[in-house]
Design a protein around this ligand. Sequence first.
Ligand code: MG
Length: 277
Amino acid sequence: MKSLRHIFLILIISISNNINGSEDNKSFQEQSMLAVLYSQTSAEFSANNIQTYNNARLALDSALLDKSWSAALEQKDNYKNKMPAIILDVDETVLDNSAFQARTILEGISYPNGWVEFVNEENSELVSGVKEFLLYAKDKGVKVFYVTNRIHILEEATKNNLKALGLPFDEDIDVLLMRDENGWTRDKTSRRNLVAKDYRILLLVGDQLTDFISSEESYVLHSERKKLADKYSSFWGTKWFVITNPMYGRWEYSIYDNKTPESEAKAEEIRKDSLRP
Ligand SMILES: [Mg+2]
């Protein structure tokens, strides 16, 4: 009975923390307000995404003509006559979930609280430029794969959302590869390997380094991580197209050296220490 009371108490505390948030939690979440406003309100952000997808379309034309072209590090040999495909991440690459980020500020909650409920609403909007690009790719006979770290139980809702937006979505094989599905981990390397078996991968599009390279390589301190942009300089804008995500991502976690800070106060302290005046 005592333990039941204990569980009940924890439940109440966690519900009040998750839904209402403490004042402290709210002020911490509010630090991402400008990033979310930039994503939601600025013409510059939309223009940048349209620019990225317009350039990706030009690259697609070149890739289709050049059979020796592949964008995937996982693609080793014997791919010249394979069917053409492209791989896109979903969140903040195809689907704009800034509404979820706005909620975390207004409600003082943080991911993953409220995320499953948000995805199940199936109301995420399009990232600017992506629909035109994907319809062009589809028209050219290119297979479109979505490789996402949304968890497997969200597959149906994600598929419904993508289809409702009028995006290409083939049903002959699984084109939506989720985390936890078939034992797939957060690292997308094995899923790129799988696509590379039957397809020549023309382009990769994403908002995180791990949409292009392994987790092992990218889970490093931010100063080392930043060097990876230079290491792959010949890929960006030719075979790899990156969407800017100022709201969240591994870039933030790498500031904390890929360890969860013990408190929000500690996270804030590390954030300030990482600024370069
Ligand atoms: Mg993403």
